[in-house]
Design a protein. Structure first.
Length: 127
């Protein structure tokens, strides 16, 4: 992607790296289970998934338990599924072609740093 943005290193390429603060602590377990059930219907598999998800929570949120264990391999998979809607939003609403995400970390690339700065929310603490 850097080669495409920079036209084989002939133009500048800027990156905006972001992280969703305390994301693993805030995952809504009920929503995650519903997303998984949209893709998978095998009841034996879903029982195992529910057991894994139910084995950990940081607190009880307004819509049920929240949180996933940080560093658990299954959590990484679950979070990638959970944040798929973010990927769709960034690519379609913001029309950003050069976007990469893994778990709660993501990077956007652009030739113009002002296009990236414009994506940062005011009062976000990012400068």
């Amino acid at each position: 992607m850097i080669r495409k943005v920079s036209a084989n290193n002939t133009l500048p390429c800027y990156g905006l790296k972001m992280d969703i603060k305390r994301f693993f602590d805030s995952v809504n377990q009920c929503k995650l289970k519903a997303l998984i059930r949209q893709k998978i219907s095998d009841s034996a598999f879903l029982r195992v998934v529910d057991e894994i998800i139910d084995s950990f929570s940081t607190r009880l949120g307004p819509h049920g338990p929240v949180g996933l264990p940080l560093g658990n391999v299954t959590s990484q998979f679950f979070v990638n599924l959970y944040l798929h809607e973010l990927d769709v939003f960034i690519k379609h609403a913001f029309r950003k072609r050069f976007y990469l995400r893994y778990c709660d970390d993501f990077i956007l690339l652009d030739r113009d740093p002002n296009n990236l700065i414009a994506l940062i929310a005011p009062n976000s603490g990012v400068s």
